[in-house]
Design a protein around this ligand. Structure first.
Ligand SMILES: Cc1ncc(COP(=O)(O)O)c(C=O)c1O
Length: 449
């Protein structure tokens, strides 16, 4: 089944010829590393890899493409394609959420040191001891909860693998999992791989508040878990203490698990981040997932972790053992060094991002968008309808081709794409000059009808 918004995107990409050329270049090029498209693909994997659509693959393989039923519905993902289009049209990429600046020197130096020290063979499956301890210490500083690094921390290949390990390790086929739309796309795909049934509760603008009645009405005897993401991609919403308390009491009353994706916990601007695990009665039923990528501007390293009580860690580790077994050894040592950073590192990171956010948000307002408040993450969502385009996909096509700026259509974050048709997402994880240039282009070229 092809969802309308995604189909239009595929048509757009097919028409632009980008994917087809990229793929055939990739297969025929004798110098892969010099191919700009391949370079683009290799540098932007954090949010999602390109998945070529079935027509394009058929043209190059001469055999019908095949995919297991559980993944059939997932069509082309758009993040990398948008980055490729940015190259083709010379557009400034405020689409995909990866910084265009490097991570800290002390962390890179720790990785080089680890490689030179010969820390290059398989790591212990659930993490090198120093990293497990550093994660536990950081978690205690952040939440006040003292945990056992050996029994309650599992190091994974990015938060994406922590999500997969938690879902595959703890959810049975037929179980229902409640999540909040718009949502990070790996949740749906991984739940689908686990054979779980997804119940999506939509968070609506302007405040993207949790509709408690709807949430309660979605519960059935099959409900096994609620998955939250705070601070939230794509909206920048942070779940309030009141909302978290309600979700927590629903979990406790109905004996549900909570999966909580907190990769943007250090990018909390308007309020303090609250970990679901820290609420009374919740640690015992919560898997907290996080990673190094956003906090240390090292999205390509893919070092993540899952924190859970021992009885849940068992399931997470069983899945992790057979997904990847272990994660890149020298990067784990460097991650341990990163997590020992002084508090001043986090304060500076936040200050830096607040300045970037100000440039983008004020710029978008001046351009004429309705900008929704973003309390955390490095994303901001706007209503594009003042510019008279048909929907979010149409607006993003126009923005790339006519204005030279990339944004992400939010319809791809919903089970029902219609719900996202008025909204697009911009990121401010770019240097200040890039943000200012993007705003300038929009001021000059973006026209109301
Ligand atoms: C909400 C959310 N969770 C998880 C991830 C993936 O994290 P990682 O790169 O550590 O796998 C992302 C990346 O964009 C994200 O936005």
């Amino acid at each position: 089944m092809c969802r309308p918004a995604r189909c239009r995107l595929q048509t757009f990409f097919r028409y632009s010829g980008i994917l087809q050329r990229g793929f055939s270049n990739w297969r025929s090029s004798s110098s892969i590393s010099n191919n700009p498209l391949v370079m683009a693909i290799s540098t932007v994997s954090a949010e999602k890899e390109a998945v070529l659509n079935s027509d394009e693959l058929t043209q190059t393989t001469q055999r019908p493409v095949q995919v297991a039923k559980r993944l059939e519905k997932f069509k082309t993902t758009i993040f990398t394609q948008m980055s490729q289009l940015a190259i083709k049209h010379g557009a400034i990429n405020l689409g995909q959420g990866f910084p265009n600046f490097d991570g800290p020197e002390f962390v890179k130096a720790a990785a080089i040191q680890a490689i030179n020290d010969g820390k290059n063979q398989y790591a212990r499956g659930y993490g090198v001891p120093d990293l497990n301890s550093a994660i536990a210490e950081r978690f205690e500083k952040d939440t006040g909860l003292s945990i056992n690094p050996e029994k309650e921390v599992t190091v994974t290949s990015g938060c994406t693998e922590a999500i997969a390990a938690a879902i595959l390790g703890l959810i049975n086929p037929g179980d229902e999992v409640i999540l909040f739309a718009p949502f990070y796309d790996s949740y749906e795909a991984t739940l689908s791989m686990a054979g779980a049934k997804i119940k999506a509760i939509t968070l609506k603008p302007p405040d993207f508040a949790v509709p408690i009645k709807e949430l309660k009405a979605a519960l059935t005897k099959q409900t096994r878990a609620i998955l939250i993401n705070t601070p939230h991609n794509p909206t920048g919403k942070m779940f309030s203490r009141e909302e978290l308390n309600v979700i927590a009491s629903i979990c406790i009353e109905n004996d549900l698990l909570a999966f909580t994706d907190e990769v943007y916990d250090k990018l909390a601007f308007e309020m303090d981040h609250i970990s679901m695990a820290s609420l009374p009665g919740m640690y015992d039923r919560t898997v907290t997932m996080n990673s190094l990528g956003k906090t240390f501007s090292l999205t390509g390293w893919k070092i993540g972790w899952a924190i859970a009580p021992p009885h849940l860690t068992w399931g997470v580790r069983q899945a992790h053992s057979f997904l990847t077994f272990a994660t890149c050894t020298p990067m784990q040592w460097a991650a341990a060094a990163a997590l020992k950073a002084p508090e001043s590192y986090y304060e500076e990171l936040k200050r830096d991002y607040m300045a970037k956010k100000e440039i983008l948000v004020e710029g978008l307002k001046a351009v004429g968008f309705k900008v929704f408040p973003s309390s955390g993450t490095y994303f901001v969502v706007v209503d594009h309808t003042p510019f008279g385009r048909k929907d979010d996909v149409d607006f993003c096509e126009y923005l790339i081709k006519q204005v030279g700026v990339v944004a992400i259509p939010t319809s791809v974050f919903y089970l029902n794409p219609e719900e996202g048709k008025n909204l697009v997402r911009f990121t401010f994880c770019k240097d200040e000059d890039t943000l200012k240039s993007a705003v300038e282009r929009m001021k000059q070229k973006l026209r109301r009808p």
